[in-house]
Write a protein that binds this ligand. Structure first.
Ligand code: F3S
Length: 392
Protein backbone atom coordinates (compact mmCIF):
# COMPACT_ATOMS: atom_id res chain seq x y z
CA UNK A 1 0.00 0.00 0.00
CA UNK A 2 1.39 3.41 -1.00
CA UNK A 3 1.77 5.81 1.93
CA UNK A 4 2.68 9.50 1.88
CA UNK A 5 5.77 10.61 3.79
CA UNK A 6 3.64 11.83 6.67
CA UNK A 7 1.65 8.57 6.77
CA UNK A 8 4.91 6.59 6.82
CA UNK A 9 6.14 8.72 9.70
CA UNK A 10 2.89 8.10 11.61
CA UNK A 11 3.32 4.37 11.07
CA UNK A 12 6.94 4.54 12.19
CA UNK A 13 5.95 6.08 15.52
CA UNK A 14 7.32 9.55 14.84
CA UNK A 15 4.03 11.10 16.00
CA UNK A 16 3.87 9.01 19.18
CA UNK A 17 2.64 5.59 20.21
CA UNK A 18 -1.10 6.38 20.00
CA UNK A 19 -0.90 7.62 16.41
CA UNK A 20 1.31 4.67 15.48
CA UNK A 21 -1.24 2.16 16.80
CA UNK A 22 -4.15 3.89 15.05
CA UNK A 23 -2.23 4.10 11.77
CA UNK A 24 -1.37 0.43 12.02
CA UNK A 25 -5.09 -0.35 12.33
CA UNK A 26 -5.88 1.71 9.20
CA UNK A 27 -3.08 0.08 7.19
CA UNK A 28 -4.22 -3.38 8.27
CA UNK A 29 -7.78 -2.58 7.18
CA UNK A 30 -6.50 -1.21 3.89
CA UNK A 31 -4.48 -4.37 3.25
CA UNK A 32 -7.49 -6.52 4.07
CA UNK A 33 -9.56 -4.69 1.44
CA UNK A 34 -6.62 -4.44 -1.00
CA UNK A 35 -6.51 -0.65 -0.95
CA UNK A 36 -3.66 0.81 -2.98
CA UNK A 37 -3.31 4.01 -0.97
CA UNK A 38 -4.82 6.24 1.71
CA UNK A 39 -7.09 9.25 1.19
CA UNK A 40 -7.09 12.30 3.43
CA UNK A 41 -10.49 12.81 5.05
CA UNK A 42 -12.42 16.04 5.57
CA UNK A 43 -14.09 14.87 8.77
CA UNK A 44 -14.88 11.90 10.98
CA UNK A 45 -17.95 10.78 12.86
CA UNK A 46 -17.67 8.28 15.71
CA UNK A 47 -20.38 5.89 16.87
CA UNK A 48 -20.42 3.87 20.10
CA UNK A 49 -20.88 6.81 22.47
CA UNK A 50 -23.70 5.75 24.79
CA UNK A 51 -22.72 3.96 27.98
CA UNK A 52 -25.60 1.61 27.13
CA UNK A 53 -23.76 0.52 23.95
CA UNK A 54 -20.10 0.46 25.02
CA UNK A 55 -20.30 -0.19 28.78
CA UNK A 56 -17.25 -0.21 31.06
CA UNK A 57 -14.83 -1.69 28.48
CA UNK A 58 -15.55 1.19 26.07
CA UNK A 59 -15.31 3.78 28.83
CA UNK A 60 -11.96 2.41 30.00
CA UNK A 61 -10.60 2.28 26.45
CA UNK A 62 -11.55 5.93 25.83
CA UNK A 63 -10.12 7.15 29.14
CA UNK A 64 -6.94 5.22 28.45
CA UNK A 65 -6.44 6.63 24.96
CA UNK A 66 -7.30 10.18 26.18
CA UNK A 67 -4.77 9.89 29.04
CA UNK A 68 -2.10 8.98 26.50
CA UNK A 69 -2.69 12.31 24.75
CA UNK A 70 -4.70 11.13 21.71
CA UNK A 71 -6.04 14.07 19.63
CA UNK A 72 -8.22 14.12 16.55
CA UNK A 73 -6.66 15.67 13.45
CA UNK A 74 -9.89 16.53 11.59
CA UNK A 75 -13.33 17.86 12.50
CA UNK A 76 -14.94 15.02 14.43
CA UNK A 77 -18.50 14.66 15.66
CA UNK A 78 -19.78 11.86 17.87
CA UNK A 79 -23.11 10.03 17.82
CA UNK A 80 -25.87 10.66 20.37
CA UNK A 81 -24.96 9.54 23.87
CA UNK A 82 -27.23 7.88 26.41
CA UNK A 83 -28.82 10.98 27.96
CA UNK A 84 -29.45 14.70 27.72
CA UNK A 85 -26.16 16.02 29.06
CA UNK A 86 -27.78 19.05 30.71
CA UNK A 87 -31.29 17.97 31.74
CA UNK A 88 -30.70 14.29 32.50
CA UNK A 89 -31.79 14.53 36.12
CA UNK A 90 -35.06 16.35 35.41
CA UNK A 91 -35.83 13.86 32.60
CA UNK A 92 -35.38 10.90 34.95
CA UNK A 93 -32.14 9.30 33.70
CA UNK A 94 -30.58 6.97 36.32
CA UNK A 95 -27.75 8.56 38.38
CA UNK A 96 -25.22 5.70 38.00
CA UNK A 97 -25.74 5.70 34.25
CA UNK A 98 -25.27 9.49 34.14
CA UNK A 99 -21.98 9.32 36.04
CA UNK A 100 -20.51 6.83 33.54
CA UNK A 101 -21.91 8.72 30.53
CA UNK A 102 -20.30 11.95 31.72
CA UNK A 103 -16.91 10.21 31.99
CA UNK A 104 -17.27 8.95 28.39
CA UNK A 105 -18.00 12.46 27.16
CA UNK A 106 -15.06 13.94 29.12
CA UNK A 107 -12.74 11.42 27.45
CA UNK A 108 -14.11 12.31 24.02
CA UNK A 109 -13.76 16.04 24.70
CA UNK A 110 -10.15 15.48 25.82
CA UNK A 111 -9.50 13.86 22.44
CA UNK A 112 -10.85 17.00 20.79
CA UNK A 113 -14.25 16.07 19.35
CA UNK A 114 -16.98 18.67 18.82
CA UNK A 115 -19.26 19.20 21.80
CA UNK A 116 -22.31 18.07 19.83
CA UNK A 117 -23.49 14.48 20.21
CA UNK A 118 -25.64 13.93 17.15
CA UNK A 119 -26.28 11.56 14.26
CA UNK A 120 -26.99 14.51 11.92
CA UNK A 121 -23.68 16.44 11.88
CA UNK A 122 -24.56 17.56 8.34
CA UNK A 123 -27.43 19.66 9.77
CA UNK A 124 -25.40 21.42 12.44
CA UNK A 125 -22.04 22.60 11.18
CA UNK A 126 -20.38 19.77 9.29
CA UNK A 127 -21.76 19.74 5.77
CA UNK A 128 -19.30 17.88 3.50
CA UNK A 129 -18.95 18.75 -0.16
CA UNK A 130 -19.67 16.52 -3.16
CA UNK A 131 -16.83 14.02 -3.61
CA UNK A 132 -15.19 14.75 -0.24
CA UNK A 133 -13.70 11.71 1.52
CA UNK A 134 -14.94 11.07 5.06
CA UNK A 135 -14.71 8.41 7.76
CA UNK A 136 -18.16 8.33 9.30
CA UNK A 137 -19.56 5.54 11.43
CA UNK A 138 -23.22 6.33 12.10
CA UNK A 139 -25.08 4.36 9.43
CA UNK A 140 -27.83 6.94 8.80
CA UNK A 141 -25.27 9.74 8.44
CA UNK A 142 -23.15 7.55 6.15
CA UNK A 143 -26.18 6.99 3.97
CA UNK A 144 -27.04 10.71 3.87
CA UNK A 145 -23.45 11.79 3.14
CA UNK A 146 -22.95 9.26 0.34
CA UNK A 147 -26.38 9.46 -1.25
CA UNK A 148 -27.80 12.95 -0.76
CA UNK A 149 -24.53 14.90 -0.73
CA UNK A 150 -22.35 12.67 -2.93
CA UNK A 151 -19.50 12.62 -0.40
CA UNK A 152 -17.60 9.34 0.00
CA UNK A 153 -17.44 7.22 3.11
CA UNK A 154 -17.55 3.57 4.00
CA UNK A 155 -19.70 2.50 6.91
CA UNK A 156 -16.96 2.66 9.51
CA UNK A 157 -16.98 0.94 12.86
CA UNK A 158 -16.42 3.06 15.98
CA UNK A 159 -12.71 2.05 16.32
CA UNK A 160 -11.83 2.60 12.63
CA UNK A 161 -13.58 6.00 12.60
CA UNK A 162 -11.60 6.98 15.71
CA UNK A 163 -8.35 5.83 14.09
CA UNK A 164 -9.16 7.83 10.95
CA UNK A 165 -10.01 10.89 13.05
CA UNK A 166 -6.65 10.68 14.82
CA UNK A 167 -4.61 10.07 11.65
CA UNK A 168 -6.67 12.31 9.32
CA UNK A 169 -6.88 9.64 6.62
CA UNK A 170 -8.44 6.32 5.73
CA UNK A 171 -7.72 3.51 3.27
CA UNK A 172 -9.08 4.03 -0.26
CA UNK A 173 -11.43 1.08 -0.77
CA UNK A 174 -15.17 0.46 -1.01
CA UNK A 175 -17.28 3.57 -1.50
CA UNK A 176 -14.23 5.83 -1.74
CA UNK A 177 -13.76 4.49 -5.29
CA UNK A 178 -16.06 5.58 -8.15
CA UNK A 179 -16.34 2.05 -9.58
CA UNK A 180 -17.94 0.80 -6.33
CA UNK A 181 -20.68 3.44 -6.29
CA UNK A 182 -22.71 2.05 -9.20
CA UNK A 183 -26.29 0.85 -8.60
CA UNK A 184 -26.83 -2.89 -8.23
CA UNK A 185 -30.62 -3.14 -8.21
CA UNK A 186 -33.48 -0.95 -9.46
CA UNK A 187 -36.37 -0.18 -7.09
CA UNK A 188 -39.48 0.95 -8.93
CA UNK A 189 -41.78 2.80 -6.54
CA UNK A 190 -45.45 3.03 -7.36
CA UNK A 191 -46.86 4.36 -4.10
CA UNK A 192 -47.71 7.78 -2.67
CA UNK A 193 -44.98 8.97 -0.30
CA UNK A 194 -46.12 11.94 1.76
CA UNK A 195 -44.66 11.73 5.26
CA UNK A 196 -41.29 10.88 6.79
CA UNK A 197 -42.92 7.67 8.05
CA UNK A 198 -43.80 6.68 4.45
CA UNK A 199 -40.13 7.08 3.51
CA UNK A 200 -39.16 5.15 6.65
CA UNK A 201 -41.55 2.31 5.75
CA UNK A 202 -40.16 2.23 2.21
CA UNK A 203 -36.56 2.20 3.51
CA UNK A 204 -37.41 -0.60 5.95
CA UNK A 205 -38.83 -2.84 3.24
CA UNK A 206 -36.14 -2.08 0.64
CA UNK A 207 -33.30 -2.57 3.17
CA UNK A 208 -34.71 -6.01 3.96
CA UNK A 209 -34.92 -6.88 0.27
CA UNK A 210 -31.61 -5.54 -1.04
CA UNK A 211 -29.46 -6.00 2.11
CA UNK A 212 -26.10 -4.33 1.36
CA UNK A 213 -26.63 -3.65 -2.37
CA UNK A 214 -26.84 -0.13 -3.85
CA UNK A 215 -30.44 0.57 -4.92
CA UNK A 216 -31.42 2.94 -7.72
CA UNK A 217 -34.92 4.31 -7.15
CA UNK A 218 -37.33 5.37 -9.84
CA UNK A 219 -40.83 6.75 -9.30
CA UNK A 220 -40.05 8.98 -6.32
CA UNK A 221 -41.29 12.28 -7.67
CA UNK A 222 -40.23 14.50 -4.82
CA UNK A 223 -38.52 14.23 -1.45
CA UNK A 224 -37.10 16.83 0.93
CA UNK A 225 -33.95 16.33 2.98
CA UNK A 226 -35.92 15.10 6.03
CA UNK A 227 -37.67 12.48 3.88
CA UNK A 228 -34.27 11.37 2.54
CA UNK A 229 -32.72 11.10 5.99
CA UNK A 230 -35.69 8.89 7.04
CA UNK A 231 -35.35 6.71 3.96
CA UNK A 232 -31.58 6.22 4.30
CA UNK A 233 -31.71 5.57 8.05
CA UNK A 234 -34.35 2.84 7.67
CA UNK A 235 -32.50 1.13 4.79
CA UNK A 236 -29.25 1.16 6.76
CA UNK A 237 -31.04 -0.42 9.74
CA UNK A 238 -33.11 -3.18 8.13
CA UNK A 239 -30.34 -3.88 5.59
CA UNK A 240 -26.85 -2.46 5.36
CA UNK A 241 -27.40 0.07 2.58
CA UNK A 242 -24.70 2.75 2.72
CA UNK A 243 -25.48 4.42 -0.62
CA UNK A 244 -28.61 4.83 -2.72
CA UNK A 245 -29.48 6.78 -5.83
CA UNK A 246 -32.83 8.34 -6.75
CA UNK A 247 -33.54 9.32 -10.35
CA UNK A 248 -33.94 13.08 -10.61
CA UNK A 249 -33.05 13.73 -6.95
CA UNK A 250 -29.65 12.50 -5.74
CA UNK A 251 -26.52 13.97 -7.32
CA UNK A 252 -24.86 10.89 -8.82
CA UNK A 253 -28.04 9.30 -10.23
CA UNK A 254 -27.96 10.97 -13.65
CA UNK A 255 -24.53 9.56 -14.48
CA UNK A 256 -25.47 5.98 -13.54
CA UNK A 257 -26.57 3.23 -15.92
CA UNK A 258 -29.18 0.72 -14.75
CA UNK A 259 -29.05 -1.49 -17.84
CA UNK A 260 -29.42 -5.18 -17.05
CA UNK A 261 -30.13 -4.74 -13.32
CA UNK A 262 -32.80 -6.72 -11.45
CA UNK A 263 -35.96 -4.74 -10.68
CA UNK A 264 -37.81 -4.73 -7.36
CA UNK A 265 -41.32 -3.25 -7.42
CA UNK A 266 -42.83 -1.52 -4.39
CA UNK A 267 -46.47 -0.44 -4.46
CA UNK A 268 -49.10 0.60 -1.90
CA UNK A 269 -49.58 -3.04 -0.81
CA UNK A 270 -45.90 -3.47 0.12
CA UNK A 271 -45.85 -0.09 1.88
CA UNK A 272 -48.92 -0.97 4.00
CA UNK A 273 -47.33 -4.35 4.80
CA UNK A 274 -44.23 -2.55 6.08
CA UNK A 275 -46.40 -0.40 8.39
CA UNK A 276 -48.17 -3.53 9.63
CA UNK A 277 -44.85 -5.29 10.30
CA UNK A 278 -43.41 -2.40 12.24
CA UNK A 279 -46.50 -1.89 14.42
CA UNK A 280 -46.21 -4.20 17.40
CA UNK A 281 -48.05 -2.08 19.99
CA UNK A 282 -51.44 -0.36 20.37
CA UNK A 283 -51.35 2.62 22.70
CA UNK A 284 -47.97 4.31 23.31
CA UNK A 285 -46.84 5.23 26.86
CA UNK A 286 -44.93 8.03 25.23
CA UNK A 287 -43.99 9.37 21.80
CA UNK A 288 -40.39 9.94 20.70
CA UNK A 289 -39.66 11.79 17.47
CA UNK A 290 -36.22 12.54 16.03
CA UNK A 291 -34.60 9.45 14.53
CA UNK A 292 -32.37 10.57 12.91
CA UNK A 293 -32.13 13.69 15.08
CA UNK A 294 -34.90 16.16 14.26
CA UNK A 295 -34.16 19.12 12.01
CA UNK A 296 -35.22 22.69 12.65
CA UNK A 297 -37.89 22.24 10.00
CA UNK A 298 -39.35 19.14 11.66
CA UNK A 299 -39.45 20.82 15.07
CA UNK A 300 -41.05 23.96 13.60
CA UNK A 301 -43.76 21.77 12.08
CA UNK A 302 -44.46 20.10 15.44
CA UNK A 303 -44.54 23.46 17.25
CA UNK A 304 -46.99 24.88 14.71
CA UNK A 305 -49.22 21.81 15.02
CA UNK A 306 -49.33 21.67 18.84
CA UNK A 307 -49.49 25.42 19.51
CA UNK A 308 -52.30 26.11 21.97
CA UNK A 309 -53.16 22.40 22.43
CA UNK A 310 -52.48 19.77 25.09
CA UNK A 311 -50.85 16.52 23.96
CA UNK A 312 -52.49 13.24 24.97
CA UNK A 313 -49.17 11.48 25.54
CA UNK A 314 -45.77 12.65 26.76
CA UNK A 315 -43.67 13.68 23.75
CA UNK A 316 -39.89 13.81 23.51
CA UNK A 317 -38.28 15.31 20.41
CA UNK A 318 -34.67 14.14 20.13
CA UNK A 319 -32.23 16.50 18.47
CA UNK A 320 -28.75 17.98 18.68
CA UNK A 321 -28.02 20.60 21.32
CA UNK A 322 -27.23 23.08 18.54
CA UNK A 323 -30.74 22.66 17.09
CA UNK A 324 -32.27 22.75 20.56
CA UNK A 325 -30.55 26.08 21.26
CA UNK A 326 -31.85 27.46 17.95
CA UNK A 327 -35.46 26.36 18.47
CA UNK A 328 -35.36 27.66 22.03
CA UNK A 329 -34.28 31.10 20.79
CA UNK A 330 -37.15 30.94 18.27
CA UNK A 331 -39.66 30.34 21.07
CA UNK A 332 -40.53 26.84 19.79
CA UNK A 333 -39.36 24.99 22.92
CA UNK A 334 -41.77 27.08 25.01
CA UNK A 335 -44.67 26.28 22.66
CA UNK A 336 -43.90 22.54 22.70
CA UNK A 337 -43.43 22.49 26.50
CA UNK A 338 -46.74 24.31 27.00
CA UNK A 339 -48.40 21.47 25.06
CA UNK A 340 -46.70 18.88 27.31
CA UNK A 341 -43.72 17.96 25.09
CA UNK A 342 -39.97 18.24 25.64
CA UNK A 343 -37.00 18.85 23.40
CA UNK A 344 -34.33 16.38 24.46
CA UNK A 345 -30.78 16.99 23.28
CA UNK A 346 -27.65 14.79 22.87
CA UNK A 347 -29.47 11.44 22.94
CA UNK A 348 -32.17 9.37 21.24
CA UNK A 349 -34.82 6.75 21.97
CA UNK A 350 -32.57 3.87 20.92
CA UNK A 351 -29.32 4.67 22.75
CA UNK A 352 -30.90 5.95 25.98
CA UNK A 353 -31.93 3.44 28.67
CA UNK A 354 -35.69 3.99 28.21
CA UNK A 355 -36.47 0.39 29.14
CA UNK A 356 -35.12 1.19 32.62
CA UNK A 357 -37.30 4.29 32.83
CA UNK A 358 -40.68 2.53 32.79
CA UNK A 359 -41.50 2.87 29.06
CA UNK A 360 -43.00 -0.26 27.49
CA UNK A 361 -44.76 0.96 24.34
CA UNK A 362 -43.36 3.81 22.34
CA UNK A 363 -44.76 5.87 19.47
CA UNK A 364 -42.38 6.79 16.62
CA UNK A 365 -42.52 8.04 13.04
CA UNK A 366 -39.10 6.58 12.17
CA UNK A 367 -38.63 3.33 10.25
CA UNK A 368 -35.18 2.93 11.78
CA UNK A 369 -36.39 3.40 15.35
CA UNK A 370 -39.42 1.16 14.78
CA UNK A 371 -37.07 -1.54 13.51
CA UNK A 372 -34.57 -1.29 16.40
CA UNK A 373 -36.73 -0.54 19.44
CA UNK A 374 -38.20 -4.03 20.01
CA UNK A 375 -34.74 -5.66 20.06
CA UNK A 376 -32.51 -2.95 21.57
CA UNK A 377 -34.96 -1.49 24.08
CA UNK A 378 -37.60 -4.21 24.61
CA UNK A 379 -40.33 -1.89 23.36
CA UNK A 380 -43.65 -2.41 21.64
CA UNK A 381 -43.92 0.09 18.83
CA UNK A 382 -46.66 2.26 17.39
CA UNK A 383 -45.35 3.46 14.03
CA UNK A 384 -47.26 6.14 12.11
CA UNK A 385 -46.89 9.68 10.72
CA UNK A 386 -45.95 12.33 13.24
CA UNK A 387 -49.24 14.23 12.96
CA UNK A 388 -51.17 11.22 14.29
CA UNK A 389 -49.39 11.68 17.62
CA UNK A 390 -49.96 15.41 17.87
CA UNK A 391 -53.73 15.76 18.09
CA UNK A 392 -55.01 17.08 21.42
FE1 F3S B 1 -29.78 8.74 15.34
FE2 F3S B 1 -30.46 7.30 17.41
FE3 F3S B 1 -31.84 7.11 15.20
S1 F3S B 1 -28.41 7.65 16.69
S2 F3S B 1 -30.39 7.57 13.58
S3 F3S B 1 -31.64 8.94 16.48
S4 F3S B 1 -31.23 5.42 16.49
Amino acid sequence: MRLSTEQQQMLAGEYGAVVERQMRLLVRLGELYQAEHMVNIGSAHISGVSYKSIGDPGLEFLEDIASQGAKVKVVTFVNPCGMDLENWEELGFPKDFAAKQKRIMQAFYAIGVMKAATCTPYLVGNLPRFGEHLAWAESSAVSFANSVIGARTNREGGPSALAAAICGCTAAYGLHLAENRKPQVVVEVNAKLRYNSDFGALGYIVGKLVQNKIPYYTGIGDADSDNLKSLGAAMAASGAVALYHIAGITPEAAAMSTAGLDIVRIGETELRAAYANLNTGKEPDMVMIGCPHASLKEISHIAQTVAGRKLRKPLWICTSRITKDAVTRMGLTAIIEAAGGKIVADTCMVVSPIEEMGVKTIGVDSGKAANYLPGFCKQNVVFTRVDDFLEG
